[in-house]
Design a protein around this ligand. Structure first.
Ligand code: MN
Ligand code: MN
Length: 324
């Protein structure tokens, strides 16, 4: 039972300590270790052991924390103030193993299972996109989720390098095979980039995934694509996964697998705001890779998209409490 008499955790007051000061946590929130104390748990996953090409996303959480100090406390368009409607905190980083993929996936799953058991909604900062698989294993057991997936890539390839099944190009193939993700309630937005083979996308399409290629995206625009996402995911539980390489690399160059010709940051924000009111159970921002991000801009983008998703999750948590 939540203690409703205690005030919600609040970001450091920027009138008392400038936003460039003190210890960097996500959104300057308190660092708490007890998931039972929060409704929304912001978590770093500093791991890129699933990366097939340019590595570096393991450094994402630290830089996203740093740049998230630029984010203020109220959403400028929706006026949502997540810290007033839900208990939000930085829960630290999931423990990882940089030299063993299977062990890393186990450690990440165990960390998110604790958060899920406490009833908190996770919001993760990667890390490469394979981190979403152990998060799904932790939070979707016996209840497959739908997904709104922003990405240049479908991440539904089968294997790499002659049979290796666990990479950042395969998480959603594994999640569907394991019954964690409902392909018929999944939409992928921004898909583009050269393929290995002309039939690369056929497996996902045959499962029933709604694939919105970048060509279709530009014909529809962000509002209609958000409406399509709502139609696809319906009223059931849904997860938002935001790979920054879905954005055009002029907006997010600091990522391992950039693909030109994507949507803008403003368009992505418009789509995320179009997801208000869904039954959201978690989200992530992945593939921010600081070694390719000398300006820090991609980390700012990652932090700001995290805030957009945080506002959605705080509203979802508040709605759920209202229903309970
Ligand atoms: Mn991805
Ligand atoms: Mn991608």
């Amino acid at each position: 039972m939540n203690d409703t008499t205690r005030p919600n955790p609040q970001p450091v007051d920027s009138a008392a300590m400038p936003r460039f000061g003190d210890i960097a946590t996500f959104m300057r929130l308190p660092l708490l270790r007890d998931p039972a104390a929060v409704d929304v748990a912001l978590v770093g996953v500093p791991w890129d052991g699933g990366t097939t090409n340019r590595a570096g996303a393991r450094h994402g959480p630290r830089e996203i924390r740093n740049m998230s100090s630029l984010v203020r406390r109220v959403h400028h368009a929706t006026k949502v103030s997540p810290y007033d409607i839900a208990r939000c905190a930085d829960l630290g980083d999931a423990p990882v193993n940089p030299v063993d993929v299977a062990d890393a996936l186990k450690r990440i799953e165990a960390f998110f299972a604790r958060i899920h058991a406490a009833g908190a909604l996770p919001l993760a900062a990667g890390g490469d996109h394979l981190i979403t698989l152990p998060i799904f294993r932790a939070i979707t057991r016996n209840r497959p989720v739908g997904m709104v997936h922003f990405d240049a890539h479908t991440d539904t390839w089968d294997s790499y390098f002659g049979g290796f099944k666990y990479t950042h190009g395969t998480p959603f193939r594994r999640a569907i095979e394991e019954g964690l993700l409902d392909p018929k309630r999944t939409i992928q937005i921004g898909i583009r980039g050269s393929l290995y083979r002309a039939d690369d996308m056929d497996w996902g399409l045959a499962q029933g995934i709604r694939v919105v290629t970048i060509e279709e995206y530009f014909k529809m625009g962000p509002e209609r694509v958000a409406a399509e996402a709502r139609r696809v995911v319906g009223n059931g539980p849904v997860y938002v996964s935001f790979d920054v390489d879905g954005l055009d690399p002029v907006y997010a160059p600091g990522t391992g697998t950039p693909e030109i010709g994507g949507y803008s940051t403003a368009e992505a924000q418009a789509m995320l705001r179009g997801l208000r009111g869904l039954d959201l159970v978690g989200g992530d921002v992945v593939e921010v890779s600081p070694p390719f991000d000398p300006s820090g801009n991609t980390a700012i983008v990652g932090a700001t998209m995290m805030f957009e998703i945080l506002c959605l999750l705080a509203e979802a948590a508040a709605q759920r409490k209202g229903r309970a």
